[in-house]
Design a protein around this ligand. Sequence first.
Ligand code: ADP
Length: 259
Amino acid sequence: MEATQSLLSIKGLSKNFGGVRALDGLDLEVRRNRIMGLIGPNGSGKTTFFNVVTGIYPASAGSVVLEGEDITSFSPQRVYRRGVARTFQRSRLLLPLSILDNITLGDHSRVNNGLMFNLFRRKALTREFERSLEKARELIGIFDPELASNIFDPVETLPMISRRRIEICRALIGHPKLLLLDEPSAGMTHDETFRLIDDILEIKEKIEDLTIIIIEHEMTVMERITDHCAVLNFGEKICEGSYQEVAGDPQVQEAYLGV
Ligand code: ADP
């Protein structure tokens, strides 16, 4: 596939919560294989955008088209099956469970209702488990080989950066084409954040045909990681371009600094 092709096409997307217009006629094209940054002050609609794209909230108007297919009214499960996965600002890990369990919880393809599977359930389950274990080890190994060799350890003993890595692996285990990262630096130190950003860049190198949209308040992260940025304010796109272009835009400075 061409790197310049559009993967996600957003047209006139709006989302109202009562009188609040969280998204207001948003237009956005996300090209395949890019890392796109979504920038904007608090309350500008960034997380709502992720929630509408992933089917968590229905759109009030407009469309979300993924590889030519209109997915605007799809359920979260259908959106996931079409290849869109995400992480959340607040950790959703099940802390007493193992690294393996937490990663494979994201592998919805494991739910198998096939006749052959059920007839030979025991053998099939063992095969499924081995397949999941291998996939999870391979993914977490890209981030951190030590986590891969301690995959049966509970998550609760791990530092924040390891937990974030596990969350990203959970999102990646179903082989998405589009990964939505909602503030991966939340709750981490500056040093941890930059280690995680390097991890994400490495993952991007190793996984073919992966497009990422990232929401992040830490502007140095955006500068380092993104190929392209879009800036939202009051649910509208006010500017887009390279990080340098948007950071120098007077409208963006006004939205952030009120100057
Ligand atoms: P951001 O992620 O840019 O900080 P949000 O998408 O979280 O912004 O919020 C955009 C606007 O929508 C805010 O005014 C917020 O209060 C409102 N909003 C978001 N989710 C809800 C909800 N579930 N119910 C009511 N209002 C919401």
